[in-house]
Each structure stands twice: as C-alpha cells, then as structure tokens.
Design a protein around this ligand. Structure first.
Ligand code: NDP
Length: 491
C-alpha cells in the first residue's frame, strides 16, 4: 500500500501524529493509498511556510519570473498528462479520457495566468493639479484553497494559477476522496522552480483540517469550491476574521429545449450536459425543460441514447460513463431516484446497475444514466442537487413559463438554451439568472471565460483574468506634485 505525505514548505510531510486515512479506487472497490491526516500543528506549519514565502522568496520573484514558472508548470503537467489522468481516473472513477481533457484544460488555465502575471496593472491620473494618484494591485496574501472531488486537478489549478500569478501564496486542501493528483501537482510546482512554501498541500477531513485552515488567523483569503451548505459554513468562518472569500457552489441548472430547436443537436448536447463525469458536475444541466409539443420526440430520442451510453472500466477508452466517486455517492443518487419515483416521477431509463460489469468492477459504485419524466419543478428532485447521472424532464408551454421554471430554484450556476430562433436565444439568455448560459452548445467552462454562480451557487468568478480581482487588493497612492507645501487649514 502506498503511503502519501503532504507537501509543506517544499518537503514531504507526514502527519505530526503519524495518522493516515485511506483513499480509494471506487470503480474497483479497492484502497489506492494511505494519505497523511493533518493535525492542527501541520496546518499551522503549512500556513507559516506560506506566510514566510509571501514576504520572502515569492515577494522577491518578479512577475516575469512568476510567469515563466507557471508556464513551466503547465509544460510539466502536459508532459505527465497520461500518468496524471490515470491516477485521477483511478481515484475518482471517471473515464481516463475525461481526466485527460480536464488536465489539458488545467494546462490552458496555467498558460492563461502565466501570461496575465505580467499584466497586473493599476492606473494613474492627476486628481487635481497638486495631487497625482496611482493604484497598485498587491497580492491579497496567504490563501486557503479548499476543493471538491469531482474535478480534482482542474479545481486545484483554477485556484493555484490566479493566486500565484497575483503574487499570493497558497495552502490547498483537496477533498479526502481524491487527494492524489493535488499532491502530484505540488511536486511538479517545485520542479517548475516555484519556491518552497509558496504552494503547500494539506490533507484530511474537511470538518477538521478544512476548518482549521479556513479559520487560521494568518489566512487572508479563502477560495472554496464544494457544496452550498459547506460554502455557507466557510462564509461564516470568513466573516469572523473578515477574510476575503470566493465560493463556487452547487447547481440545479436548466437545459431549455424549445420546439423550434434542431432536436437531434439538442439531444446530443443535452446528453453531454448531464452525463459527462457521470453527472458529478456543479454545472450539470440536470433539469430538462422541454416545450410540450416537442416532449415526446425529444424524450424518446434522448432516453434511447442515454440507455446506449457505454458504462464500464474508467481506464478504457470506450467507456463513456465511469463509476461514481464512491459507493456511498451511488447510494445517495439512487436514493434520490427511488424517492422521485415514489413522488410520481416516471423512470424512463436508468437506476442501479446490478452486477453487470464483471468481477473486477464494483457495480454498486455505478449508476446508469437515468431519465425521470413528468417531474414537477417544485418537487424535491426538481429542486435539490443530486450530483449524479440523473436528469429530470418537465414541460413548459411558452417562453415566459420556460424562463420562470428555469429561474425557480435557489441555484444559478449554468443554463443551456436550444432554439432555432437566434433572437429568442439572446432574449432568454438575458433573462435566465445563471453565471454561464450556453446557446445551442453544451459546454460551460473555457479558460478565459469567467465561471461562477448567481444566487446560492456562490460568488466570485474563476477561469478568466477577472479572477485576479479575487487575489489582489488595490492600494491607492496619492502624491503631492505641488511646488509649494499644501496648507489645507490655511495656517
Ligand atoms: P463538500 O462541500 O462536502 O466538500 C468540498 C471540500 O470542502 C472538500 O475538500 C471537503 O473536505 C471540504 N470540507 C467539507 N466540510 C468542510 C468544513 N466544514 N470546513 C472546511 N472544509 C470542508 O463538497 P463535495 O466534496 O461533496 O463536492 C460536491 C459539491 O461541490 C457539489 O455540491 C457540487 O455542486 C459542488 N461543486 C461546485 C463547483 C462549482 O464550481 N460551483 C465545482 C465542483 C463542485 P473532505 O473531502 O475532507 O470532506
């Protein structure tokens, strides 16, 4: 069994009390590694290392050098992409080819911020003939990044890249289910020349290690991605210390299909929008809202294709849907499906996968792509985030009702609109309350494009250079240009 240490101040760091926790390979139902379980002393050591690096080695590193290091890190990740994708796939259960695509996106994100590191500008202007003002954008300080298990390496880079570009230092806590690629990222960061202490990784349970980190007195900013309830807890902790905070939280995103859409294209895109990563995506479009007159045609084609998606070994190229992150996540998802059926939803396809995968794979960690039809938007399954390959179908009769249903949830992360009427696409995009809206295409996250939520999906935008705002403070400097002493009291 592999034992994996944390990364603190550039060194492999076992837990101070020697304790570890297990991390798994869910598709095979086996243990993958024993990982150090941080104590509060370890968290303290990581934050201290980040604090020292902030005013030490990192403060002495020019933006041009930071830029080169981030670009080098991107190259190193690219060079190791296959091994990282395999590790991610084993630890998370999603198909390796999907992990590879996410690692490529992580590389693009690092490239983006490698460029941006040299373009963090303030502005200057004469306030009046006697006073010149200029602004500086200074690093916000030591950041805590707490990330979930659904896109482990990509989420780590979404936070690492803007933080380091801005001159901040970072302590990252990955999810306990998937800590392994974040620890590899730490090693690659050192290899890229990023000084010891700039990027630290601590591991262990969120309620202990995550809280100790978020609430640490020397943490200036918390960047969190995860469940909305946890986000609320993080916001409370941040409020105590008036720490800066950005939150990327849950979703219940709508996928609106108008009868004038190219239905074949809508079916293909909608499959991706929910079943990628087995639905374990914050931006999963988990509510199909379809115009009544197109309902039968759409649902028949969609459910037929959902049932045909290939479920299997995440390491095989042909697999389209891998396992859930854990058997317990699969049980939670299936619990939602059972409850929805009891509430009157019609199970068109999907549900549990009973022992059909052969002896090496744990069928109980899998959920079939599932379609629930006839779902009331205000029912539990219509409102709560399932975080699995489960989509609900609800009909609408006109555009106004479509928009009302789309917005009638507490979340506001993403939405997709399928229509053949471009004016309608623009009109509905303007009225849907979501951070990202797609029109006739299912993708929600591209490096360079701001990503984040409205409403209870959180606040702050990652992925685009706007994220630098989250990691910098503005300082205004006011300088006298007067030839004479200023004498405001007229003394
Ligand atoms: P959680 O909120 O449970 O966990 C996220 C991270 O927070 C983990 O590292 C976890 O540690 C840690 N954590 C848990 N409790 C605390 C606490 N009290 N204090 C500090 N840290 C804590 O979410 P999941 O891991 O279950 O991820 C799934 C959720 O994340 C979904 O709801 C999904 O929608 C959302 N998500 C949102 C995204 C977005 O961009 N908006 C992107 C991806 C996911 P540990 O693992 O050890 O419990």
């Amino acid at each position: 069994m592999t034992e994996v240490a944390m990364l603190i101040n550039g060194e492999a760091h076992p837990s101070a009390d020697g304790r570890t926790f297990s991390t798994y390979e869910p598709a095979r139902g086996s243990t993958l590694a024993e990982v150090a379980r941080a104590t509060t002393d370890d968290v303290d050591a990581a934050v201290s290392a980040a604090r020292t690096a902030l005013s030490g080695a990192w403060a002495k590193t020019s933006p041009a050098k930071r830029s080169r290091m981030l670009a080098r890190l991107a190259q190193l990740i690219e060079g190791q992409a296959d091994a990282l994708a395999e590790l991610e796939s084993r630890n998370n259960g999603k198909p390796k080819w999907q992990c590879l695509a996410e690692i490529r996106q992580a590389v693009s994100d690092l490239d983006l911020f490698a460029g941006a590191a040299q373009h963090i500008y303030g502005r200057s202007f004469a306030v009046n003939p006697s006073v010149l003002s200029y602004t500086l954008r200074e690093p916000v300080g030591v950041c805590a990044a707490i990330i979930p298990w659904n896109y482990p390496l990509m989420m780590a880079t979404w936070k690492l890249a803007p933080a380091l570009a801005a001159g901040c230092t970072l302590v990252l806590k990955p999810a306990s289910a998937t800590p392994l690629t974040a620890l590899e990222l730490g090693k690659l960061a050192l290899e890229a020349g990023i000084p010891a202490g700039v990027f630290n990784v601590v591991t262990g349970p969120g309620a202990e290690v995550g809280e100790a980190l978020a609430g640490h007195r020397w943490i200036d900013k918390i960047a969190f991605t995860g469940e909305t309830g946890t986000g609320r807890r993080i916001a409370t902790i941040a409020a105590q210390g008036l720490k800066r905070v950005s939150l990327e939280l849950g979703g219940k995103s709508p996928n609106l299909v108008f009868a004038d859409a190219d239905i074949d294209a809508a079916v293909l895109g909608s499959l991706w929008a929910i079943y990628y990563s087995a639905g374990q995506s914050c931006e999963a479009r988990s509510r199909i809202l379809v115009e009544e007159s197109a309902h039968d045609r759409f649902v028949e084609a969609f459910a037929g294709k959902a049932a045909a998606l290939r479920i299997g070994d995440p390491l095989l190229d042909e697999t389209q849907v891998g396992s859930m992150v854990s058997r317990s996540q699969a049980e939670t998802v299936l619990g939602f499906v059972d409850a929805a059926v009891q509430d009157g939803a019609r199970l068109v396809t999907g549900g549990a996968l009973d022992g059909e995968l052969g002896p090496e794979l744990d069928a109980r960690a899998y959920v079939r792509p599932t379609v629930l039809d006839g779902v009331a938007n205000d029912s539990r399954i219509g409102q709560e985030e399932v975080f699995g390959p489960v989509v609900t179908v609800t009909t609408f009769t006109d555009e106004a009702e479509a928009v009302k249903l789309a917005n009638d949830v507490r979340y506001g992360l993403a939405a997709t609109i399928w229509t053949g009427d471009s004016a309608r696409g623009l009109r509905v995009a303007a009225r849907v309350r979501a951070g990202t809206v797609g029109v006739n295409q299912p993708f929600a996250a591209f490096p360079g494009v701001p990503f984040g939520g409205f409403k209870e999906s959180g606040y702050g935008r990652e992925m685009s250079i706007d994220a630098l705002d989250l990691y910098t403070e503005q300082k205004a400097v006011l300088v006298s240009t007067s030839p004479k002493p200023l004498n405001p009291f007229g003394m």
